[in-house]
Write a protein that binds this ligand. Structure first.
Ligand SMILES: Cc1cc2nc3c(=O)[nH]c(=O)nc-3n(C[C@H](O)[C@H](O)[C@H](O)COP(=O)(O)O)c2cc1C
Length: 343
């Protein structure tokens, strides 16, 4: 029986999205990992090595689900092949006024304008240190997604990212420079070549040799994508995450459109286009994020040139069962993928 769809989701969907999310994460944190593993976590083995890390399968948890890294062992126990915590910013910040997350079940979509609510790099580093010391650190790669603090102007962005990197560097297996959230004013301007180069160079001085990825927006033009691919290769970026949420809400009825980024099914095709476009420009590893709502969506991302996939909205609508169904599909087409992907 699919416990999530039959029991948990009907209850969680009675609550507004943010309290439902808080309750779900608290529940995961309090449930012993062996119980989660028994209930949800049996995955086919589909190991892949990328940027020096061993991923037991190709399905990861997208950033934003566990911003403060509260439940890392639980995500591994559910079967994720990797986890991306964050976005973490140098300064703790409350995010935008509530409500700031909205469900659109008919479109299988979410709109959010959370605005990087998080406990700040120092508090998250301390939590991660405690987890390391406890012996419960996940055995799957853990990425930490880093964003710019809202109060820091773009001209000082590089030092803001560096401040977070210094504190978090000992803990992440890989790091993501997030320059693509639509909910921090002007953040996306940092995707432009010169700004991105400056941030990447500054961060790479303190990354301790750990892989650094860049997460990009789906709302870029072809020439902007080309520029980012060029800068990434030039500056020694380990990989790209495509994509974050979109500002294009034309898939929603006009009466319900609102400020924020759209995720889920309506984003899928555009995000796949961005993966295709990046793959034409670069052989760097690509993690596909955006509208992976089914095993078939995941297969399309891999066929477009992605090496790994991440889910957020698909997990909200389908629960842990989607991890297994994607993982089964990707391991089924493995020989074909390995042939397709040049790493
Ligand atoms: C409520 C919510 C919060 C998010 N927070 C973050 C975040 O803090 N950092 C980030 O890089 N992406 C964040 N995202 C974007 C997701 O990681 C993902 O890139 C995007 O939702 C597209 O994937 P999906 O269609 O599978 O949800 C968030 C998405 C949602 C729905």
């Amino acid at each position: 029986m699919d416990i999530y769809s039959k029991l948990l989701k009907p209850f969680l969907f009675l609550l507004p999205p943010e309290p439902a999310h808080r309750l779900a994460v608290a529940g995961l944190r309090l449930t012993p990992s062996p119980v989660l593993r028994w209930a949800f976590g049996s995955m086919p083995s589909d190991p892949v090595k990328l940027f020096g890390l061993n991923f037991p399968n190709r399905v990861g948890l997208g950033a934003g689900m566990d911003k403060d890294a509260r439940a890392l062992p639980a995500w591994e126990a559910l079967g994720f092949g990797f986890i991306e915590a964050g976005t973490v910013t140098a300064l703790p910040q409350p995010g935008n006024p509530k409500p700031r997350c909205f469900r659109h079940p008919e479109q299988r979509a979410l709109v959010n304008r959370m605005g990087f609510n998080n406990a700040g790099a120092d508090a998250v580093a301390k939590r991660l240190a405690r987890l390391k010391a406890s012996g419960h650190w996940p055995r799957v790669p853990v990425g930490i997604n880093i964003g710019k603090s809202k109060v820091t102007p773009n001209r000082e962005a590089a030092s803001d990212y560096v401040a977070s990197f210094r504190l978090l560097q000992p803990y992440g297996d890989f790091f993501t420079i997030n320059v693509s959230s639509p909910n921090t004013p002007e953040l996306r301007a940092l995707q432009a070549g010169e700004s991105l180069s400056r941030i990447v160079r500054a961060v790479r001085m303190v990354d301790g040799g750990k892989p650094v990825l860049v997460k990009i927006s789906p709302d870029l033009s072809e020439s902007q994508i080309e520029e980012i691919a060029g800068v990434s290769m030039q500056e020694g970026i380990a990989g790209l995450i495509a994509t974050n949420t979109t500002l294009d809400q034309t898939s929603l009825p006009s009466a319900v459109r609102r400020a924020g980024g759209l995720s889920g099914a309506p984003l899928s095709e555009r995000a796949t286009e961005v993966v295709k476009s990046l793959r034409r420009q670069t052989s760097l590893p690509i993690i596909a994020s955006g509208g992976v709502m089914s095993a078939e969506d995941a297969r399309k991302k891999i066929e477009a040139g992605a090496n790994l996939v991440q889910i957020y909205t698909g997990f909200v609508y389908s629960g842990p069962a989607i991890i297994r169904s994607i993982s089964v599909e990707l391991s089924r087409i493995k020989t074909r993928i390995d042939h397709l992907i040049a790493v």
